[in-house]
Design a protein around this ligand. Structure first.
Ligand SMILES: O=C(O)CCC(=O)C(=O)O
Length: 306
C-alpha cells in the first residue's frame, strides 16, 4: 500500500489529486482526523534560535497515528533564514560528509550549485551503505542545532533529548525520498525531529510495515515534524516536492529587523542584508532543505560498541 501511494503522489502525468493531503493550514477541513494540543506556555526559550514563543505554537497529532506531532511553523522569518544559511554555508563542509565527496561546494548568486548537493551528515556520520553509525565516524554536533533540538524536546516533554546525529537533505523539484524507517540509532525511544525550509512537500506517513496505507501530509517551510513513541518507527517518505510560487508560502520573506537574535556564527548579517541573502533566497525558491535530528545513544550509554 505504501509503494502504491508513493507512486500515485510522485506521478507527473497525470499529476495526483491533492484533495486527500492533510493540510494543517486548513484545519477546519481536517478537524475530524486531527487533535490539537495546548502547550504549557511557561516554557522560556533562551536564546530563541528564531523560534516564536511556545504559547503561540500550533501543535497537532493525527488521530490515526498517535506520536506523530506536527508543529505548524514555529519559526520567525529570520529564524528560517538563519537555519538556511547554516545548512548551506556551514554544515556541508569537512569534516562533515556530503554526497559531493571530495568536491567543494559553492552557492552562486543565482542560488545554484555546481553539482547538486543532496545530503550532508552531522555528528555521528550516517553510513548510507552499511546503515550504521560508528565511533570512528563521529564529528562534533553543531551546538546551535543541538540547542534548538533540546528546546523542542523540552516543549514536547522529552527533557533529556540529546542531538547526536543529523541528516540534512537537500531536495529539488524532481527529488523524492522513498519509504523507509529510521532504525539505525541504538536509542529508538528518543524522538526524531525534522525541520523543513523552502519549498513544500508531500510527506507520506505509513505504519510499521509497507502494507499499511500511508497518510499524505503537506509540509511547508518552517514546519516541524516530531516522530515520537509509536510513530518513531513508522515508514515515511517524500514522493513530491511542490512548486509553490505563491508568495504566502515563502514564509522566510518578511523579516522583523528588531528581532532579538543569537548570532555566535555571524549569520545575522547574511539574513538581513538583501544582497547577502540573495543566493540563499534563490536557493529556497527552487529547493527544500530538511534537517532530520536523532539521538543515537541511550541515556546512560557513553559510546557505540561496534
Ligand atoms: O525530508 C523529509 O521530510 C524526511 C527526511 C527523512 O525521512 C530522513 O532523512 O530520514
Amino acid at each position: 500500500m505504501f509503494k502504491e501511494s508513493f507512486k500515485y503522489y510522485k506521478s507527473k502525468k497525470p499529476p495526483p489529486s491533492l484533495n486527500d493531503v492533510v493540510d494543517f493550514d486548513d484545519i477546519s477541513k481536517w478537524l475530524p482526523v486531527i487533535k490539537q494540543h495546548r502547550l504549557n506556555s511557561n516554557i522560556q526559550i533562551e536564546p530563541k534560535f528564531g523560534l516564536k514563543t511556545p504559547d503561540t505554537w500550533e501543535l497537532y497529532e493525527l488521530l490515526s497515528s498517535p506520536g506523530l506531532v506536527f508543529i505548524k511553523n514555529p519559526f520567525t522569518a529570520i529564524g528560517q533564514r538563519y537555519w538556511t544559511v547554516r545548512c548551506l554555508r556551514d554544515y556541508p563542509f569537512a569534516p562533515n560528509r556530503t554526497n559531493l565527496r571530495e568536491q567543494s561546494f559553492e552557492l552562486s548568486k543565482s542560488g545554484k550549485t555546481q553539482l547538486p548537493l543532496r545530503w550532508t551528515t552531522l555528528g555521528y556520520q550516517y553510513d548510507w551503505d552499511s546503515k550504521v553509525y560508528s565511533e570512528e565516524l563521529k564529528n562534533v554536533f553543531p551546538e546551535d542545532l543541538a540547542k534548538l533540538s533540546r528546546i523542542l524536546g523540552e516543549v514536547l516533554g522529552f527533557e533529556n533529548f540529546c542531538a547526536q546525529a543529523a541528516i540534512v537533505n537537500y531536495y529539488y523539484f524532481n527529488s523524492t525520498l522513498s519509504g523507509h524507517t529510521d532504525h539505525s540509532e541504538d536509542n529508538l525511544e528518543a524522538p526524531l525531529f525534522s525541520f523543513s525550509f523552502g519549498q513544500s512537500a508531500i510527506f507520506l506517513l505509513g505504519g510499521k510495515t509497507l502494507d499499511e496505507k500511508p497518510i499524505p501530509i503537506f509540509i511547508r517551510s518552517g514546519d516541524i515534524i516530531a516522530m515520537t513513541k509509536q510513530a518513531r518507527l513508522c515508514y515515511h517518505g517524500i514522493p513530491k516536492i511542490l512548486e509553490e510560487r505563491n508568495s504566502i508560502d515563502r514564509r522566510w520573506r518578511h523579516i522583523d529587523l528588531n528581532e532579538e537574535f543569537y548570532d555566535e556564527h555571524n549569520v545575522l548579517q547574511l539574513c538581513i542584508d538583501t544582497n547577502c541573502w540573495l543566493p540563499y533566497g534563490k536557493f529556497l525558491e527552487n529547493s527544500r532543505i530538511n534537517v532530520n535530528v536523532r539521538q543515537v545513544l541511550k541515556e546512560s550509554q557513553l559510546y557505540l560498541s561496534n
